[in-house]
Design a binder for this molecule. Structure first.
Ligand code: NOJ
Ligand code: CA
Length: 640
């Protein structure tokens, strides 16, 4: 017997069945197969496999239809509308029960396993998950190779025929030959390892969970629900970037009071460290001094930025980062004075906690550190797990079950102390910010930090035209865009940012983070006319549209806050002219303030000049945007 579940609009059809004792599913949209019949199931240590011998016991159909308001997000109101089916199966030989919950939305599918409370399953071990995805092998795909290393997500997306992909992290994005677009990812990654994908045939993958140090995948107790395995699906690439599927598959907000969560831009002692102008470590070139941090606070106030970060503020920062104390400042950093000054200017302070993989120490002192931060009035913490990850006394992957549990503890302890979290080198986003909106953003991306390391081989411009349809489908990223002096090289590194300055302006709204860093230094900003665009920049939106987009080619996004739209357009390494109809504007005349590459600008030779001009437009206007290679345009549209 098979069960059909359709999306509310009827276009998407999922069929689930128990075939020869194994749960299987297939997905079609507009009558075209997107996932051919694919097997499901899990293995638990000491039990017969749940990939066979199953009998379907009962079914339950439900409809979900609610609208909710995110604490922050890309749209002010989100509709969660899906048809659901719960399939209850049993393996009669062992008596073990396995349930599958399937939800079908207009913009995709989510399914998860449930192990209901049952005798014999008090404490148990998942040794493998066998969720298969028989995807169209002829599709074009974008993904990162699977890896368990700390920087596996901080790589460049590969474009490849899906049939050639051997392993992948999620999100894995593909475009089919008949023009449908799909992202494989997961939602609500709680108390379980990260899922990667391994090919078992051309275009067919099976889930490969990141192992604990002893090879087991997950140690669980009692009733358990796995993360959702998700397929975000649309006709346009923009549908993937606009989708709320991942958030809809997470639980509602768990916090009674969210008034202390304050989205906004932030600035700070960071890019000057990355460019080796100053140092994290104590010494004559130490960056995070009291005086320097105050300059950033003044600049934050000037820009309407909400927060200031000062990396290298605490004892033993930099170097080996060992023996750090996240409460004791360096000698030339007067924490009380910095906090007093910031408070007087209405600016929050982001404390940097770079664990450098000494996670046991961090985990043990979390409660103490965060309680003290709360007393001091610190508003946010930027965590870091660069290089190793030692937890439970052993080296482990950044993405295994215990690591996932650690990141969650950080978010929970932070919430109790009214602290927002920006997590670097942690886990890919899976929509948990719906439930825990103090989790502002994560890294999991080759951001600006990677952009300038490898000279001409830093992040090629094309990468930014791939990210909205891959990495950002999972959630916000702390990419830290907005470097306007892209050639600034005070230490003679011989490397630079591989875009024009105008493209950097565009990225500040095209990439979503409720805590968006404006990464350049106050001096560089004050010297650049593009800075005007970033003053008072919102970071959370009433409405978002992705307009003309080609994955890996060009992106045009438009986000609205109140009556003002911010349009960002970027291109890859090819110059192109994009025609952008402004039909999304409300009625009446608008003023368009256009910041774009000045004539003669080029990403290779003269990337800094930005031409600023205004134009009167309305909803019937079409803008012709000529973008230079590696360039972009940023446009603020205000009712006039
Ligand atoms: C890596 C982080 O991604 C970066 O933002 C930070 O500056 C360094 N680690 C030092 O903690
Ligand atoms: Ca990093």
């Amino acid at each position: 017997m098979s069960v059909e579940v359709r999306s509310p609009d009827g276009l998407l059809r999922v069929v689930v069945a128990v075939v020869d004792g194994r749960l299987r599913y297939e997905v079609a949209r507009r009558g075209r197969v997107l996932v051919a019949s694919s097997g499901l199931g899990l293995d638990l240590a000491g039990w017969p496999s749940l990939t066979g011998g199953l009998v379907l016991e009962s079914l339950q159909h439900n409809t979900i239809d609610e609208s909710w308001r995110p604490t922050w997000g890309s749209d002010a109101i989100v509709r969660n509308h899906a048809n659901e089916c719960v399939l209850r199966t049993v393996r009669p030989t062992s008596g073990l029960r396995l349930e599958l919950v399937v939800r079908v939305f207009d913009d995709g599918v989510g399914f998860r396993y449930r192990l209901p409370a049952q005798s014999g399953l008090d404490a148990y071990t998942v040794t493998a998950e066998h969720t298969e995805f028989a995807l169209p092998p002829t599709a074009t795909s974008w993904s990162l190779e699977a890896g368990k290393d700390w920087n596996a997500d901080e790589r460049h997306y590969r474009r490849a025929p899906l049939a050639d992909v051997r392993t992948a992290q999620t999100p894995l994005t593909l475009s089919t030959v008949d023009g449908q677009h799909l992202v494989v990812h997961e939602a609500a990654l709680v108390d379980y390892p990260s899922m990667t994908l391994a090919a078992i045939g051309p275009g067919t993958f099976t889930s490969e969970l990141i192992s604990l140090p002893d090879g087991a995948k997950a140690r669980l107790r009692g009733e358990f629900r796995t993360p959702w395995r998700t397929l975000t699906i649309g006709d346009r690439p923009g549908d993937l970037a606009e989708s709320h599927l991942i958030e809809n598959l997470n639980e509602p907000c768990a916090l009674a009071d969210t008034s202390w969560i304050t989205p906004g831009t932030y600035v700070g002692v960071w890019w000057e460290l990355q460019r080796r102008h100053t140092t994290w470590t104590a010494g004559p070139h130490h960056g995070a001094t009291t005086a320097r941090t105050k300059e950033y606070i003044d600049f934050a106030k000037e820009m309407g930025a909400g927060h200031v970060l000062a990396e290298g503020w605490n004892s033993n920062s930099g170097g080996t980062w060992s023996g750090q104390d996240f409460l004791t400042p360096q000698e030339d950093f007067d924490l009380a004075e910095v906090l007093r000054y910031a408070r007087a200017k209405g600016v929050g302070f982001v404390a940097h906690n770079e664990t450098r993989g000494f996670v046991d120490d961090y985990d043990r002192s979390l409660e103490t550190i965060f309680a003290r931060y709360a007393e001091l009035g610190i508003s946010a913490v930027k965590t870091g797990y660069a290089t190793k990850f030692v937890l439970g006394g052993v080296h482990r992957s950044h993405f295994d079950q215990e690591a996932v549990r650690h990141y969650q503890r950080v978010v929970d302890v932070a919430a109790r102390n009214r602290l927002m979290i920006i997590a670097h080198e942690a886990i890919k986003p899976t929509g948990l910010s719906r439930t825990h909106p103090n989790l502002m953003s994560g890294e999991g991306v080759a951001g600006m930090e990677q952009q300038h390391y490898k000279g001409e081989h830093g992040n090629p411009p094309e990468q930014a035209t791939i990210l909205p349809f891959t990495r950002f489908v999972g959630g916000p990223a702390d990419y830290t865009p907005g470097v306007l002096n892209v050639t600034w090289d005070p230490a003679g590194l011989g490397t630079r940012v591989q875009t024009t300055a105008a493209a950097q302006l565009a990225l500040c709204t095209l990439f979503f983070s409720p805590a968006q860093m404006l990464a350049d230094t106050p001096e560089n900003y004050r010297a650049h006319p593009g800075t005007e665009y970033l003053r008072g920049l919102p970071t959370t939106w009433d409405e978002t549209r992705f307009l003309d987009c080609g994955i890996g080619d060009h992106v045009v996004s438009a986000r609205r806050k109140g009556g003002t739209w911010y349009l960002g357009a970027i291109t890859d390494e090819h110059e192109r002219t994009l025609r952008v109809p402004l039909s999304f504007l409300g009625p009446g005349p608008h003023l368009a303030e256009i910041f774009r590459d000045a004539p003669g600008t080029s990403w290779h030779h003269d990337p800094l000049p930005v031409d600023v001009r205004t134009e009167a437009v309305d909803a019937s206007s079409t803008l012709a945007l000529r973008l230079v290679a590696g360039g972009g345009a940023a446009i603020r549209l205000t009712p006039s």
